[in-house]
Write a protein that binds this ligand. Structure first.
Ligand SMILES: OC[C@H]1O[C@H](OC[C@H]2O[C@H](OC[C@H]3O[C@H](O)[C@H](O)[C@@H](O)[C@@H]3O)[C@H](O)[C@@H](O)[C@@H]2O)[C@H](O)[C@@H](O)[C@@H]1O
Length: 544
């Protein structure tokens, strides 16, 4: 049992909004802040307590807002600062906090700091970024960008290379420079003073990098910087702070989220996300998921953080494919598998994050050709792999399986043209399945996935066991993920059939009580010899 002080961000459910694709209010084909405001009642009805807002700052959009040219201004396509203030206030009226995306590993190359930095070697902003001399007339070393190719870009004017771990329009900030750190903290306080609820920190594990030693993630000063940031900004204000930390192990996650260390509330860890890629290769090199491995990873994170940290729980975000298409069945069992993912996620210990459209079971949108790709990561990878001799069909298959555009298609609000997202031409094509999969249809169907999410969110509010209860994995066949939660003498059993197959559940010595939630409509009375239907999922009370 946790000894930790309790916080609102442990009890709430967070909903991620990717503004470009959420709701367009002015017909330019791009989602905007007024569009989000118009849907706050929908989100309140769902029951969420916080919105993680992907970047809305001024940006040339090389990476859809993750390349920021002005942290204290709003992207013109999304609206104005007055719209942003209105969003914060309107959300607050509905008891919803706004968690801003904090992208401070890098800026845009169009940020004024970089424009200055590039001017000359002795410019006062030169050391805001990471500049190195050429080595033997070439790049300083072999560091590679996540978006393909070398992480170093040559600048003709000053004869040096700058570091960019993402696109060449996303130069990395130099966190060793105290002035950079202070400027970031000042900017964070500007947003805190506006009354936001917290920060989601983009690739925060990279800020302690030491490029000369080829160290990118988890550099030696990383935690010093986070403790300094905590003290200078959100410390003592009970805000939700969640770090995006690709390389985190449970041990590393505790460094970030142990309350005694005064760093972050929690981290997003991605160990399970890598389970369908070939070991040692990258995300485009596919292999089928082994459910047994997923169970072991999720269970380990449940038990190992213990009372020294806090889990975040998610299947989807704007960088990941839709979970129903990825590990579920987006055809005959779309609703059943979607409900199973929902029940499983909310029954684990940690703060759940729902990504827009997940609550209505949106699916991936396959493409056939390079011309249909919008995302910079997929475009660059495609071109690089074509150069390296890969077959076009294999590259397209990887993109259809893992590409980020899958999650970024506009939200399907109704069955009208462009799914009710815009009256103009959407910036990214709507998934053609919008006529049947949309919010309006979901709200009209009491058995829809939406109501499963809504019920789960309410259940978390009403049942402390879901938040604080201990987790115990039960021994079953690989494709069944069964576990118990236990809190103050109460025990719940949660069973998930992670497959298209029927499976026999044989749990001895469990007396089944009331059913809490399920995705098939039959009475569960006995789990000693129960045939589970495809993707069946339920939570029941255990009578002791
Ligand atoms: O601001 C730039 C992006 O920052 C965030 O996402 C970071 C990227 O995370 C993944 O890539 C990291 C790789 O990490 C490890 O090396 C794994 O082994 C690899 O498999 C991972 O690919 C995603 O694949 C990328 O799509 C992300 O960019 C933001 O969330 C992004 O939106 C920003 O583009």
């Amino acid at each position: 049992m946790l000894n930790l002080q309790k916080h609102w961000w442990q009890e709430t459910t967070v909903y991620q909004v990717y503004p470009r694709s959420f709701k367009d209010s002015n017909g330019d084909g791009v989602g905007d802040l007024k569009g989000i405001i118009s849907k706050l009642d929908y989100l309140k009805d769902l029951g969420i307590g916080a919105i993680w807002l992907s970047p809305v700052y001024r940006s040339p959009n090389d990476d859809n807002g993750y390349d920021i040219s002005d942290y204290q201004n709003i992207m013109q396509e999304f609206g104005t600062m007055a719209d942003m203030d209105e969003l914060i206030n309107q959300a607050k009226k509905r008891n919803i906090r706004i968690v801003m995306d904090l992208v401070v590993n890098h800026t845009s190359d169009e940020h004024k700091w970089f424009i200055e930095s590039k001017k000359s070697k002795d410019n006062p902003y030169r050391d805001y970024y990471i500049w190195r001399d050429p080595k033997d007339g070439d790049v300083p070393n072999d560091l590679q960008s996540t978006f393909s190719g070398p992480a170093w870009q040559f600048d003709e004017k000053t004869g040096q290379y700058y570091l960019h771990l993402f696109s060449k329009k996303q130069p990395d900030l130099n966190w060793e420079n105290e002035k950079v750190r202070q400027a970031v903290y000042k900017m964070m306080n500007f947003w805190i003073d506006k009354g936001i609820g917290g920060f989601r920190m983009d690739v925060i594990d990279l800020i302690g990098k030491q490029p000369d030693k080829m160290i990118t993630g988890n550099g030696p000063k990383l935690h010093d910087y986070l403790q300094e940031m905590n003290k200078a900004t959100f410390g003592g204000k009970d805000m939700l702070t969640v770090g995006e930390t690709w390389g985190a192990t449970p041990e590393i996650a505790k460094l970030y989220s142990d309350p005694k260390r005064h760093e972050l509330s929690m981290v997003f860890q991605f160990e399970q996300v890598g389970l369908d890629q070939q070991p040692g290769k990258d995300k485009w090199d596919l292999r089928p998921l082994q459910v047994g491995e997923l169970k072991q990873v999720l269970a380990r994170w449940q038990t190992e953080l213990d009372d020294q940290g806090w889990n975040s729980l998610f299947w989807n975000n704007h960088d990941l494919p839709r979970i129903i298409s990825r590990w579920g069945n987006d055809k005959e069992y779309r609703v059943e598998s979607g409900k199973m993912f929902a029940i499983l996620l909310h029954m684990l210990k940690g703060t759940p994050y729902i990504y827009q459209g997940e609550e209505i079971g949106m699916t991936n949108k396959p493409i056939k050709d390079f011309s249909e790709i919008s995302d910079i990561e997929s475009r660059n990878m495609y071109l690089q792999r074509i150069d390296e001799g890969y077959k076009k069909e294999d590259i397209i298959k990887s993109i259809n399986t893992k590409g980020r555009d899958n999650a970024r298609t506009p939200i399907q609000w109704d069955e009208t043209e462009h799914a009710g997202f815009t009256t103009g031409t959407p910036w990214l094509g709507v998934n053609p399945n919008y006529k049947s999969i949309n919010v309006k249809a979901a709200l009209a169907d009491k058995n829809s996935l939406f109501y499963t999410y809504k019920k789960l969110i309410q259940l978390r509010k009403d049942n402390p066991i879901m938040i604080w209860g201990d987790f115990k994995l039960l021994d079953t066949q690989d494709e069944i993920f069964a576990f118990e939660r236990e809190y103050q003498g109460e025990t719940w059993l949660i069973v998930n059939n992670f497959s298209n197959n029927r499976h026999k559940l044989q749990l001895a010595d469990v007396n089944v009580g009331e059913t809490i939630i399920q995705n098939y409509d039959h009475k569960i009375t006995d789990v000693s010899d129960l045939e589970l239907k495809p993707w069946e999922s339920f939570a029941v009370k255990v009578v002791v």
